[in-house]
Design a protein around this ligand. Structure first.
Ligand code: AMP
Length: 424
């Protein structure tokens, strides 16, 4: 299928062509016709599938059938995203795809000054991209009028719920006109998501694109077994030996992200950390330095990295496995995107074997496991519960761990794995 077959008009097709896209991705090919038909939609699609253009292109098309009168802009489309980074990225996409249309769009999120956002809203906006907290702030200051919204997009709805935004979302929805088109994107379908869909969507078209974890052959996934305490040193060794120049590394906690970043700097590997405690300015700078190749390693926590779009990212490393198996899928989805082959490597210690089993069960794959000479795990070290930082919950108490199905290995059992010592 070609974009020309999707009933998009010339200004949009021109912007797409300038981006170098030759054909719609599967989610775009499926979603765009439904959205242009005015249907509500529930789409199961993750970042990396082209979902942003999947809703932005038809949104621009629909809005363009009724162009704004000179200087008379009002909010006609509202896109809610869970994180600032995702909001910024969606905002950039709206500008890119809409560059030949006379719409005004703006992005609002917390962590930065509110006044420039109030001014942008005063100047008139057709398309508003926002995170829920700051949007509610601006609503309470009467800086936002949602009474004429025609299209409402809830992006990464599962993550919104994970982050506790459900009440905020409901407050926002209560302010929207009853007559509107709703599009909901979610990578997973929990009962909570189903409930949310039932309360928002009317007779939705359902679009589901293959999850990257089960379909993507573009990501080479593997595990290196190592002692917890030696992970940072092993990572430094791998980066050095393999001469990796752009590596995204995940940690479970902000503290660990900082610690690792400092360690890498110390051994002369340029690095920056992004997480919720960093100011928006610091996060944006870290990301742009990383994209520009000025820092080799970006260390991120799950929430900070959600939705990050880095073209052709070759390596994703899990310094620590996530305690929620689905997060593994989100993490590795940062690589192997838009046709590039990527590598997702997890450094796993004895404490994490239970998490690893949960992940393998979810992705229905037995990951290749190996060790690296000089970094072999010490078989006498026993597994200890993992503290998740926020309140000291151990693994056993972690309600959201999806990896509690099998017994935790009592001690390191690396020898039972299919090892290939010379792999690296
Ligand atoms: P998303 O899933 O929206 O985060 O998009 C992932 C990446 O795919 C972004 O870098 C987009 O620029 C890119 N992209 C979106 N649509 C297409 C397309 N039809 N062809 C090639 N790349 C695309």
């Amino acid at each position: 299928m070609l974009f020309e077959e999707l009933n998009l008009s010339t200004p949009i097709l021109k912007a797409i062509a300038e981006e170098g896209y030759t054909k719609p991705t599967p989610v775009q090919a499926q979603a765009i016709p439904y959205i242009l038909d005015g249907r509500d939609m529930l789409a199961g699609a993750q970042t990396g599938t082209g979902k942003t253009a999947g809703f932005t292109l038809p949104m621009l098309e629909i809005l363009s059938h009724n162009l704004p009168q000179a200087k008379r802009h009002h909010i006609r489309a509202l896109i809610l995203t869970p994180t600032r980074e995702l909001a910024a990225q969606v905002g950039a996409s709206v500008k890119t795809y809409g560059k030949y249309l006379p719409f005004k769009s703006t992005v609002i999120f917390g962590g930065v000054g509110i006044n420039p956002q109030i001014n942008a809203l005063k100047n008139g906006v057709d398309i508003l991209i926002a995170t829920p907290g700051r949007l509610l702030d601006l609503i309470s200051q009467k800086a936002v009028d949602l009474s004429r919204v025609e299209m409402f997009v809830l992006d990464e709805a599962d993550r919104m719920l994970d982050m506790g935004f459900i009440r905020d979302i409901r407050k926002v929805i209560a302010l929207l006109p009853k007559q509107r088109q709703n599009l909901l994107f979610s990578a997973t379908y929990s009962d909570e998501i189903k409930k949310l869909c039932e309360s928002i969507l009317r007779n939705p078209a359902i679009v589901e694109v293959a999850r990257r974890n089960t379909s993507s052959e573009l990501i080479k996934q593997s595990v290196i077994l190592v002692d917890c305490k030696r992970k940072s040193a092993l990572l430094g060794h791998l980066i050095d030996q393999n001469k990796w120049t752009q590596v995204l590394v995940f940690t479970r906690t902000k503290h660990q992200a900082n610690k690792l970043s400092e360690y890498l700097q110390k051994i002369n590997i340029t690095s920056a950390a992004i997480h919720g405690n960093k100011s928006q300015g610091a996060r944006t700078k870290a990301l742009s330095d990383f994209k520009a190749g000025n820092v080799r390693v970006l260390v991120a926590t799950d929430i900070a990295a959600r939705g990050l779009d880095i073209d052709g990212l070759p390596h994703v490393i899990n310094l620590e496995l996530p305690n929620i198996a689905e997060d593994y899928v989100h993490r590795i989805g940062r690589t192997g995107r838009a046709g590039n082959v990527g590598e997702a490597l997890s450094l796993v210690c004895v404490d994490e074997y239970e998490y690893l089993r949960g992940i393998e069960k979810l992705i229905k794959l037995n990951l290749d496991k190996s060790t690296v000479d000089g970094f072999e795990p010490d078989p006498s070290i026993k597994a200890e519960p993992i503290s998740l930082g926020g309140g000291g919950r151990g693994r056993g108490n972690n309600q959201r761990s999806r990896s509690s199905n099998g017994p935790a290995p009592k001690k390191r059992n690396g020898n039972t794995h299919n090892r290939d010592k010379n792999r690296r």
